[in-house]
Design a protein around this ligand. Structure first.
Ligand SMILES: Cc1cc2nc3c(=O)[nH]c(=O)nc-3n(C[C@H](O)[C@H](O)[C@H](O)COP(=O)(O)OP(=O)(O)OC[C@H]3O[C@@H](n4cnc5c(N)ncnc54)[C@H](O)[C@@H]3O)c2cc1C
Length: 304
């Protein structure tokens, strides 16, 4: 593990920050898989592990339960995600108090998506309307006890009328006390570099961790680019995955190669590290970490 004791310390250290994202499983098989993956990746210098919060607030208990397991069994620094969906301000405050009491290192403060089929987010009665309000609530109650991460969208949040408006709200969210931004996944690094430049131009100075997903198939690539606001699929990536046909192993290797090239260019271009969407699977992440180590890319951040 990165030797720094806190997430902010890890973000400021000379080593690249590596975070990995788990989701709380629903089945026994899923439970076995997350623990196996967590154990397999633990020796790879992970700065922190985050655990997602189900749509509609559906996994509140399991997010915390698996976060605690990752802390206790594997000594990860853990950052549970938390959304405002369906909770009043009082409930949000109690949940945040619980995260501090459980000894978590940080929290990913999110608004959450509107329920399936709705295009407009409606806060719960007496609830929070934006992630920025959650950031403010956490800082108000607990000072700097928790590191706070917030979401950033290099290709613009789907609900935002335009990129500049979205950026203005992102700056507001950070100003409420966020320590870092993790981006939505993307496959074309130019969108990250231009996003960082635009963030810096409006005075956002916190580290911006690029979100990387090692793809497993062309079908998966199309699903993610269609639904998550990940931006267009670069033609070269489409061709690379397309050339693998039905060969799942070849497609996984192609996904790792693309992710490796992305991470190498990002780190060399001054990214402070990267956030890996691992979908609770170990194989692609292990292959990627091994390649990064062999290339000496996990030792020192590039000067910016
Ligand atoms: C790294 C990452 C992790 C995620 N993890 C989860 C998860 O675990 N669970 C989950 O359900 N979802 C998760 N999401 C998805 C996220 O919840 C959705 O994208 C959601 O629609 C927006 O959340 P937000 O925190 O970015 O919201 P906000 O920052 O509140 O922004 C939402 C929209 O409102 C606008 N806005 C912000 N503030 C204001 C304001 N004061 N006035 C007017 N407009 C404003 C923004 O421009 C944007 O269009 C994640 C996303 C990312 C990138």
């Amino acid at each position: 593990m990165n030797q720094e004791t806190s997430i902010v310390g890890a973000l400021e250290s000379k080593q690249p920050t590596i975070s990995i994202e788990f989701f709380p499983p629903k089945t026994e098989e899923g439970a076995r898989q997350i623990l196996k993956t967590a154990g397999a990746l633990q020796p790879y210098g992970i700065s922190f592990a985050s655990v997602t919060y189900g749509a509609g607030g559906s996994t509140r208990e399991r997010t915390v339960e698996y976060g605690k397991l990752l802390q206790q069994l594997f000594h990860y620094r853990v950052v549970p995600h938390l959304t405002c969906v369906g909770h009043s301000r009082t409930e949000m405050a109690a949940t945040v108090d619980g995260l501090v009491a459980a000894g978590f290192s940080g929290v990913m403060a999110l608004r959450g998506d509107p329920p399936h089929g709705d295009t407009v987010f409606r806060p719960a009665e007496d609830g929070l309307a934006h992630a920025s309000e959650l950031v403010a609530l956490i800082r108000e109650r607990h000072g700097r006890k928790l590191a706070i991460g917030v979401a950033g969208y290099p290709c613009k949040h789907p609900e935002a009328p335009d990129a500049d408006t979205d950026l203005r709200w992102l700056a507001h969210k950070v100003n409420q006390g966020a320590d870092f931004i993790t981006t939505q996944l993307f496959f074309d690094n130019t969108v990250y570099f231009s996003f960082v430049a635009r963030c810096r131009a409006v005075g956002i100075t916190v580290p911006i961790l690029p979100g990387i997903l090692p793809l497993l198939s062309l079908e998966q690539a199309r699903k993610f680019t269609g639904t998550t606001g990940a931006g267009a699929l670069p033609p070269a990536l489409e061709a690379k995955l397309g050339a693998c046909g039905d060969d799942a192993l070849a497609a996984r290797e192609a996904g790792v190669e693309w992710a490796f090239d992305q991470v190498r260019e990002l780190l060399e271009g001054g990214a402070p590290g990267f956030h890996l969407y691992i979908l609770n699977r170990a194989k692609s992440a292990l292959a990627l970490f091994t390649k990064l180590r062999e290339a000496g890319l996990t030792e020192n951040k590039a000067p910016v």
